[in-house]
Write a protein of this length. Structure first.
Length: 296
């Protein structure tokens, strides 16, 4: 004899809520999508959440253009375009303009499980855009050691008679002499004679007249010296002072502003590139939206 069947509903398990939804869980091992609660419970348009969940369920390489999404959903282009724009503003969707190895520019779409920039990026996430090809450069010169640099600076230093006309030390700028005399405090090897100081003082005076502070000149003369000085330091110092820097600009002076360049943007509707001060739709998409709005 068969067991009697009852049409009465089953009693809720102990501790179950008396109102609201009760989930009946099924462990899925295939054909499922992981979605964050922040996205699934996002306040606002249900179309935006639905579009995001659908894109997350697609494999890499699937088309997610407005045309492709409209073929799947019953909503029109305006609602789909608005949903994609909201996801892009929230950080879930990103569009990049990348250059292919053949030189063509294309737009690629990346979709993030969580808004980009909040957590640390996934090491297996979307690759960085390829580096644009650059013109070929000449082979780099061999590495130069500090000792070799010092020898080169000394060898290229101008002769005293050609570089500077020596003047008596008593006639030199006292500020320049003070800078040269203070070098030994930074590096004890930078001890100069009166004749060497008189030779370098005119160049230091020009550097001071260009608006540089004594400490800046000292740092420039004493930086990256070799461990062993094979010659007197005056040759290296003369080489480093051979060119006078540009004078400091006057206070309040600003460089002339060039013509404003309107940035290149992606159309939210057709991904076509166009120049505009603000993000939005290109001219053709705006006309199409206007026709749809007028027809509605």
């Amino acid at each position: 004899m068969a067991d009697p069947q009852s049409n009465a509903p089953l009693r809720a398990a102990a501790g179950a809520p008396t109102s609201g939804v009760i989930h009946v869980r099924t462990r899925l091992t295939a054909d499922f999508t992981v979605i964050s609660n922040d996205l699934a419970q996002r306040r606002g348009s249900a179309v935006t959440v639905g579009v995001a969940a659908y894109i997350l369920s697609l494999p890499d390489g699937a088309l997610v253009s407005i045309t492709a999404l409209c073929e799947h959903f019953s909503e029109g282009e305006i609602l789909i375009s608005r949903a994609l724009r909201e996801l892009e503003e929230a950080g879930y969707l990103e569009r990049r303009r990348e250059r292919t190895p053949s030189g063509q520019v294309r737009t690629r779409t990346y979709f993030y499980d969580v808004p980009c920039g909040d957590p640390e990026p996934d090491p297996d996430g979307p690759p960085e855009p390829p580096t644009p090809r650059r013109p070929r450069k000449r082979p780099a010169a061999a590495a130069v050691t500090p000792a070799a640099a010092a020898v080169r600076e000394t060898a290229q230093a101008p002769a005293p008679a050609e570089a500077e006309t020596p003047v008596p030390l008593t006639d030199a700028d006292p500020r320049a002499v003070a800078v040269l005399a203070a070098l030994r405090r930074v590096d004890p090897r930078l001890v100069l004679s009166e004749q060497e100081a008189a030779r370098l003082a005119p160049a230091v005076t020009r550097w001071l007249a260009a608006g540089l502070l004594p400490t800046q000149i000292t740092d420039h003369l004493s930086a990256r010296l070799p461990d062993q000085l094979l010659t007197r330091p005056v040759g290296i110092l003369a080489y480093r002072l051979r060119e006078t820097p540009l004078p400091a600009p006057a206070r309040g002076a600003e460089p002339p502003a060039g013509p404003a360049v309107v940035p290149m943007r992606n159309c939210d509707g057709c991904d076509r590139g166009f120049r505009s001060a603000e993000a939005g739709h290109c001219r053709d998409c705006r006309r199409r939206e206007q026709r749809l709005a007028d027809a509605a």
